[in-house]
Design a protein. Structure first.
Ligand code: GLP
Length: 256
């Protein structure tokens, strides 16, 4: 896509189409700056009466451990502020891992059960970390992993310090859906925009499948879509092939 706004509109098209054909859809929602324009596009469409989440549900990808409820940098608060509060999800329809649970391992297990009980995630949004992580599945995460505790790399803590102001305030530990969990979603959509994402995108899409680049696990998924702007596409080797397939996309195929 030419720009980050075009990326957001295309992904919003896919979500609008999903909730229109399946109003009870289950979304997997990601934090970070990459999906924010998509959430804004969805909120704009909601205000224009083009879509509704009144019967839909959503599950967060991940959460910091130890941030009290309502902490502005908790991912729960992030999704509330940037998406859920702007549309019409009913009370209790947006769930996240409980980073304040007294028994964190039980909370991870319960989260897996809640996702399964919902019927599974129809469309999972993802961003990508500078080290190729998805959710908070840092390099060398098991490609079969389930929801569990992870320790953040120093690079990820540095990357996310911009939201906290001070590196010392960035937690070391998180709960994240595992790669195995993510791969069970029926459609995975990874959003990447800007030059800083060019290297991790190329490693994920065209590099070998390897736990050192967790996002490369999407190569195993039967319906994974990577939506990039021009800058995030800069390191892709087969970029002309991708442009050609997009330009010649049959009209009978779904948008993404
Ligand atoms: C965090 C989140 C990821 C996200 C990544 C990139 O680590 N846990 O889900 O993809 O940040 O964030 P951004 O989109 O701000 O670059």
């Amino acid at each position: 896509m030419p720009t980050a706004d075009d990326v957001a509109e295309l992904v919003a098209d896919a979500i609008q189409s999903l909730v229109t054909r399946k109003p009870t859809a289950v979304l997997g929602v990601a934090t970070g700056s990459s999906p924010v324009p998509t959430y804004a596009a969805l909120a704009a469409r909601y205000r224009r009466g083009l879509l509704s989440f009144a019967d839909a549900r959503a599950f967060l990808l991940d959460e910091y451990i130890g941030l009290p409820a309502g902490h502005p940098q908790s991912y729960r608060a992030f999704i509330e502020d940037n998406f859920a509060a702007l549309v019409d999800f009913p009370e209790g329809a947006v769930c996240g891992p409980d980073g304040m649970a007294s028994d964190i391992e039980a909370a991870c297990h319960d989260y897996e059960v809640a996702i399964a009980d919902s019927g599974g995630i129809d469309l999972q949004l993802l961003g990508i970390g500078s080290d190729g992580h998805v959710g908070f599945n840092e390099p060398i995460s098991s490609l079969a992993s389930r929801t569990r505790v992870k320790s953040l790399t120093e690079q990820t803590r540095l990357d996310n310090a911009r939201f906290f102001g001070d590196l010392d305030d960035v937690p070391h530990h998180v709960i994240t859906q595992g790669i195995g969990t993510i791969l069970e979603s029926r459609h995975v959509v990874l959003i990447a925009t800007g030059r800083s994402k060019a290297s991790p995108v190329a490693r994920a899409v065209e590099g070998p499948l390897a736990a050192i680049v967790p996002a490369s696990a999407l190569q195993l998924h039967p319906h994974a879509t990577v939506v990039v702007d021009e800058e995030a596409a800069e390191d892709l080797t087969l970029v002309e092939y991708y442009r050609g397939t997009w330009a010649n996309k049959p009209p009978w195929q779904r948008s993404i």
